[in-house]
Design a protein around this ligand. Sequence first.
Ligand SMILES: Cc1cc2nc3c(=O)[nH]c(=O)nc-3n(C[C@H](O)[C@H](O)[C@H](O)COP(=O)(O)O)c2cc1C
Length: 339
Amino acid sequence: MAFDFRDLAAPVSVAPMAGGPSTPDLAAAGTNAGGLGFVAAGYLSADAFAERLSAATRLTSGPVGANLFVPQPSAGAAEAIDAYAAELAADARRYGAELGEPRVDDDAWQGKLEVLLDVRPAVASFTFGLPDAEEIGRLRGAGITVAGTVTTLAEARLAADRGVDVLVAQGPGAGGHRGTFDATARPSEEPLDDLLAGIVAALDLPVVAAGGLMTAADIARVRAAGAVAAQLGTAFLLADEAGSSPVHRSALTSPEFTETVVTKAFSGRYARGLHNRFVDDHEAGAPFGYPQVHYLTSPLRAAAVRAGDPHGVNVWAGTGFRLAEPAPVAAIIEKLTGG
Ligand SMILES: Cc1cc2nc3c(=O)[nH]c(=O)nc-3n(C[C@H](O)[C@H](O)[C@H](O)COP(=O)(O)O)c2cc1C
């Protein structure tokens, strides 16, 4: 039977969070608490993704979600990326690191689709664009509910036309990368409530709301506006089961950081994180160019994490980060659903 968000005991998704925070434990704990936990495939090999997804499904008898980055046409001009590499040389010296090779790849797209068709999670969600209609048809034919992340009504219409089952409406407060289909567009700043209202009025698909939601009142508000569930990432970054790095955890609670900012300095694609020195130093010079810029800065970011320096790494966080609390996932979900 196809998965329906309306059947969840707790109308909460534990968002996919690639790059460390998403662990099989985090996903399974979200599901075991009555919500829907997600395994993030982004940046992993297809084999590593298969292992994590299988591990999550072993840790719960309930539904599990999986999330993939959709490959996009490369947006980076080689000269602009070379110029950025020159700008980053001083940072490399600071950390005693080499810059990475600014390569282009598709994040193992085909291999990860095969993993989905093999393991068959209840839900497969996508960000940065959409699978093609044939791919969506294969996933649906395997009994997988297909969800598309959208940041505008126009993207929501494209996703509906393409044949997705569910829309994840991601507003501007969201932590991490924006799902914006056009990787070279400044992401929409339309408030989540307006985006949600527009989609609910225009399209006859279930909508999950995401971005800046941190409290039971936030979730009640988006549900009253027609969302079938809320997807929260930042609220779970300090969860016991999350794989967030020690640097990420301590920065989120440090009084030194007072605001988040949308930046392409780390990856060549807009994402929201804590406003730190790397953003101040490099936002102006950073070109579009995902995933090349992601790979270029990767060793610098890894070195900053090893050095315990929150100013040299992307500390992804949504606008509500001050309300994130360390606790088991079950306790966080209970508080969020008024239990
Ligand atoms: C650290 C981090 C990593 C993220 N990674 C992904 C990802 O791999 N795939 C995805 O679709 N969304 C990703 N997101 C975005 C979430 O799905 C969601 O839209 C966002 O967390 C909602 O906003 P909030 O952080 O304010 O709750 C990430 C968010 C964060 C904070």
